[in-house]
Design a protein around this ligand. Structure first.
Ligand SMILES: [Zn+2]
Ligand SMILES: [Zn+2]
Length: 243
């Protein structure tokens, strides 16, 4: 059920954004030029990773699956990391979407994905995109789920279906960013649940999508409950790997 305070927050944020757009015109996050969130000349400033890596030991590989000796240390069958978090512009984009509610920025991700994957889109052609869900309360506060926006961009570029309803976040845990690695594991335990899903989905690759991968606790928890529900191939895609 909708909570009055959350509704109020949502309208407040929309009004605040409208006023900001009116008084503080859009300017490029990188160079400050007015008119667009990311001007044409700055769009190429994001270097995508040219290589794929093992998600555990980070060794360069031909694909993004864990190497044989790392396989039992991770639930995910693979992890695509589009850019390095050292790239300041990717950090600015992620935080502008997440903390400043700049939803429009997500349309610039399309070029980023085209660059990163090129002709080497190495997930199954019928893979299904699943955004890591936000708790309903946080969703209503923010007005959107940034992982869903990333999925929408991937859908525009590659056409894969988005299935946001497979999992939901039932516990509104603390933001992971404030916790150390051990506490992050505990903080996400049991926070997701698998909902009913279309039959036939179990045989398809699930690509979990989020903005940042740090310790992998959240992705691991999502992948774990999906595997327990019978899904076999669970990979993940993030914009950057945090430290
Ligand atoms: Zn610029
Ligand atoms: Zn490895």
């Amino acid at each position: 059920m909708l909570n009055g305070n959350n509704n109020y927050n949502c309208y407040f944020l929309l009004a605040k954004k409208w006023l900001e757009d009116l008084f503080f015109p859009v300017s490029c996050l990188n160079c400050g030029r007015e008119g667009e969130w990311l001007c044409v000349s700055c769009r190429s400033a994001i270097d995508c990773h040219k290589n794929r890596f093992c998600p555990v030991c980070k060794r360069i590989k031909d694909d993004c699956s864990p190497c044989e000796s790392c396989r039992d240390k991770i639930i995910l069958n693979g992890l695509w990391i589009v850019a390095s978090y050292d790239n300041e512009l990717i950090q600015k984009i992620i935080s502008a979407i997440k903390y400043e509610f700049v939803e429009d920025l997500s349309s610039y991700l399309d070029d980023l994905f085209k660059n990163y994957f090129g002709n080497k889109n190495d997930w199954q052609h019928n893979a299904v995109l699943v955004p890591v869900p936000l708790h309903r309360k946080r969703f209503l506060n923010r007005g959107f789920n940034q992982a869903q926006l990333i999925c929408q961009s991937l859908n525009r570029v590659f056409g894969n279906e988005i299935e946001s309803g497979i999992i939901s976040r039932i516990i509104n845990s603390q933001p992971q960013a404030k916790l150390n690695s051990a506490d992050r594991q505990n903080n996400v335990r049991g926070i997701f649940k698998v909902n009913e899903f279309k039959c036939g989905l179990l045989d398809r690759e699930i690509v979990l999508v989020d903005d940042v991968y740090t310790t992998g606790a959240t992705m691991g928890e999502c992948a774990g409950i999906l595997k327990r529900a019978g899904f076999k191939q669970i990979t993940a895609l993030v914009l950057a790997r945090g430290t």
